[in-house]
Write a protein that binds this ligand. Structure first.
Ligand SMILES: *[C@@H]1O[C@H](CO)[C@@H](O)[C@H](O)[C@H]1NC(C)=O
Length: 419
């Protein structure tokens, strides 16, 4: 009888772990167990961080994000040499552009007088987490630098909870203007005709917003030639788009979480989350949300029919207090680039928009691609049927996804052909 106990305990433990890890996922996800493990890991670290926060040890963002004593440029090179995706020939240095910390990746030296491409990168992490030094963005930037002979400038903009909108945007804009200056381009031997701006998720939001501002600023003579947006977040008026509803429980970006990140970014009260989830913040009686603004984010018109089917727009007649009281930045195009007018979009650079089927932000990307196209901008929309939010970061050991690697490959190919 005694010898049975270890078996019973093992079975029970396994069942408990499986129950904790298992979540139902869409059929299109290719490596479901791997994604479940990632989700469980993130869930655990969020719980531990919230616990620490609650105990008063640390803000939860601090516990989940990288430690404050992040690696130096040299340290990252060393730390990276044991992992995958590291390119030894790329020179990495930490500098500042207009006072903003930036990590610069320079490709192995070309011939004398040979100009290189340039790319400014804004990392993701919901305007709160992440860093230019994190291994996933570090690995990506090294690849772009080496394979595409590009000087990459990855911006360490300030983040929540220290700051909220518009500070992260203003940091990125200041760094971008300085990067595009004649002195900096000359210093790094960058071809002024071949400079990209790019970012993933919240970084894609920042890249789209900065691209718009640079495009319409007559004081900036060198413009970005292309923009590459990886599953960007582009609007906060409607959290009931088909993709928000379809993917509300798909890791790693759950719908309530994304709403919370928007509230944090816009400096709004976190207790508004239930109201925002039901679109009470953008109800039809708010005069500030004009029909024109609504039309710019109206998925019932902007999405291809296939994605509109089986869904009805959720517009509440009378909801909460509305933008002016809850979050003044809600209608600001610098926070929600999808709300920009066609005259602004028409001036924007050629665009690459990566979207994932299993992502709450899918329709933000679809709508922006469509509106840019309607404004006359050439757009490539790479859509990954088996993609999920975050897959673009999962390209280095120990968390590698096939779809992430394919997505990165597609991005590199597009830049190769268009930058
Ligand atoms: C949304 O607004 C309506 C009308 O004011 C209100 O009855 C409802 O409780 C609100 N929903 C939430 C989740 O707060």
């Amino acid at each position: 009888m005694m010898r049975l106990w270890p078996v019973v305990v093992t079975v029970l433990l396994t069942a408990a772990v499986a129950r904790y890890v298992y979540i139902p996922l869409p059929d299109t996800i290719q490596e479901p167990w791997k994604l479940m493990m990632v989700a469980a890991g993130l869930r655990t670290s969020m719980h531990l961080a919230s616990l620490k926060d609650w105990l008063g040890c640390d803000h939860y963002v601090k516990s989940v994000g990288p430690s404050p004593s992040s690696e130096s440029a040299d340290g990252a090179t060393k730390a990276g040499s044991d992992g995958g995706g590291v390119v030894p020939g790329v020179k990495v240095s930490d500098i500042t552009l207009a006072g903003i910390p930036v990590r610069v990746y320079e490709p192995p030296a070309g011939g004398e007088g040979h100009l290189r491409r340039g790319l400014m990168y804004f990392h993701g992490g919901d305007w709160a987490f992440g860093s230019a030094e994190r291994r996933s963005s570090d690995a990506l930037n090294r690849m772009v630098s080496d394979e595409l002979n590009t000087v990459v400038a990855s911006v360490e903009y300030r983040r929540y909870p220290e700051v909220h909108f518009p500070v992260p945007y203003l940091d990125c804009l200041a760094a971008a203007k300085h990067f595009l200056s004649t002195e900096v381009l000359a210093k790094y031997a960058i071809d002024p005709e071949r400079v990209a701006v790019s970012g993933a998720s919240s970084g894609g939001n920042l890249a789209a917003a900065v691209a718009q501002e640079i495009s319409i600023d007559d004081g900036v003579s060198v413009k970005f030639s292309v923009q590459a947006l990886i599953y960007p977040a582009l609007q906060a008026l409607d959290f009931n788009t088909p993709s928000y509803l379809q993917n509300q429980d798909v890791p790693v970006l759950y719908r309530p979480l994304m709403v919370r990140f928007w509230l944090q970014y816009l400096g709004a009260d976190p207790s508004l989350q239930p109201q925002w989830l039901v679109n009470n913040h953008s109800s039809s009686h708010h005069p500030a949300i004009t029909p024109e603004l609504r039309a710019r984010s109206d998925w019932a018109v902007l999405l291809p029919p296939k994605y509109r089917r089986n869904h009805k727009p959720l517009v509440v007649e009378r909801g909460s207090q509305g933008p002016a009281k809850e979050a003044p930045g809600l209608l600001d195009v610098r926070a929600s680039p999808l709300l920009a007018g066609p005259e602004v979009l028409a001036k924007c650079p050629r665009a690459y928009v990566l979207t994932c089927e299993n992502d709450v932000l899918r329709d933000d990307g679809f709508m922006y691609a469509r509106r840019l196209q309607d404004a006359g901008v050439t757009v490539t929309n790479d859509h990954y049927e088996d993609g999920f939010h975050g897959c673009f970061s999962f390209i280095v050991w120990p968390v590698e996804f096939d779809v992430g690697k394919r997505a990165v490959r597609g991005y590199l190919t597009w830049l190769q052909n268009n930058l």
